[in-house]
Design a protein around this ligand. Structure first.
Ligand SMILES: Cc1ncc(COP(=O)(O)O)c(C=O)c1O
Length: 387
């Protein structure tokens, strides 16, 4: 089967958060991380069948749905997950908040590296936990974002209980290698930290690199790890609110579940249906999507290098459909406002922990023609910079 990622799908006037932000204005939204593609036809067919059943009672996943998930983890990453380890959640941000609450007492700390997906910093704050941030280091010659291990050692305190890892990384689009994860495992062991590994982007690796689930590294790390996963980014299903925490250790799982009691909503039947269909039947579509995103990434990288002087894509995009662009050299006080004024909606780097005015994040999960139009507008925006 061939899949069409080129034909634009009208999302204006729909429930899309991404498009509603700029309703009535000619601004192409390349901000929040969902894609402008229709999900896999195989998933749509499964949802249609489920809708036709017509009964939408309180839901539990069927054994076959659970098997679709754990079977894919085993086949794709060689990771054997016992179904008993799964805790279903209506979203990964919920998972970050619950983890902070379950694994650190009020005032105790969560450690993470920046820049990073904003809820890594806001979740601990929402739960009254401290957050300690350590900047990733850019090795400009190697064109690579690295963990600054010395800074991490200096930052960790006796009150630190948790490390939040984003792998593959939003927004720097890196896939951490096995050696780095092993070093992180040693760090967490030595400082008695729970590792919360957000691996939501792991099926969006664009280069020939394996995804290594942190919990699959060794049994000791598995016992101290909460892995957060979802089919939502890859199959463009985030609006269906279906995510997973995978917690091998029974005691840690009980703590996590206790922190959800009474406040975390259950996942709905449509979410389970879509999730199972994605993992069971969505592989041909995913492969086609990855090929398309690779094309978009290469087009973007080439355009930035040739046509957007002063905009830096400082490292290769190994995974995700997100580009982390250094715009500091443009000297704009508010780069997002400037690009919006020229018809492109981006995410401000400061929400990810970058200094104001230095970075923007661009979502290239859209038809190539739309990406091309957005980049052409960015070129015009550079030409129209205040002197
Ligand atoms: C690293 C990361 N975690 C979590 C999420 C959001 O997860 P959810 O929509 O399930 O809350 C995103 C969305 O962009 C993300 O990039």
């Amino acid at each position: 089967m061939t899949y069409d990622f080129d034909t634009p799908i009208e999302r204006r006037g729909t429930d899309s958060q991404k498009w509603q932000k700029y309703a009535g204005r000619d601004i192409l939204p390349l901000w929040v991380a969902d894609m402008d593609f229709r999900t896999a036809p195989e998933i749509i067919a499964a949802l249609q069948e489920r809708v036709a059943h017509g009964v939408f009672g309180y839901a539990r996943p069927t054994p076959a749905q659970v098997e679709a998930v754990v079977g894919t983890f085993a086949a794709r990453y060689g990771w054997r997950v016992d179904p008993a380890w799964l805790v279903w959640l209506p979203g990964l941000v919920v998972g970050l908040n619950v983890t902070a609450r379950a694994c650190a007492a009020p005032g105790e700390a969560v450690l993470c590296t920046t820049p990073v997906y904003p809820p890594f910093m806001t979740a601990p704050a929402h739960q009254g936990r401290a957050v300690i941030t350590v900047p990733l280091a850019l090795d400009a010659a190697a064109r690579r974002w690295e963990v600054d291990w010395d800074a991490l050692e200096r930052a960790v305190t006796p009150q630190t209980r948790l490390f939040f890892l984003c792998n593959p990384h939003n927004p720097v689009a890196r896939v951490f290698r096995r050696e780095e994860l092993a070093r992180l495992a040693e760090f967490c062991r030595r400082h008695r930290l729970v590792l919360c590994a957000d691996e939501i982007h792991c099926d969006l690796i664009l280069d020939a690199l394996p995804h290594v689930p942190a919990a699959a590294l060794d049994d000791d790390l598995a016992r101290r790890t909460i892995t957060l996963m979802a089919p939502s980014k890859t199959y463009n299903l985030p609006g269906l609110g279906t995510s997973l925490a995978i917690i091998p250790d029974a005691g840690l799982r009980r703590r996590f579940e206790a922190a959800t009691a009474g406040i975390v909503a259950e996942v709905n039947g449509l979410g389970y249906t879509a999730c199972a269909a994605a993992y069971r039947d969505g592989e041909p579509w995913r492969q086609a999507l990855l090929a398309y995103l690779r094309g978009n990434r290469d087009f973007l990288a080439d355009f930035v290098a040739r046509e957007l002087p002063g905009v830096g894509l400082e490292a290769p995009i190994e995974a995700t459909y997100l580009a982390w662009l250094n715009v500091a050299a443009l000297g704009l006080q508010d780069p997002v406002a400037h690009f919006e004024a020229h018809g492109v909606g981006l995410s401000a780097g400061r929400y990810f922990g970058a200094a104001p005015g230095t970075y923007v994040r661009l979502n290239f999960g859209c038809p190539r023609a739309q990406l091309a139009e957005a980049l052409a507008r960015m070129k015009q925006a550079l030409a129209a910079r205040p002197a």
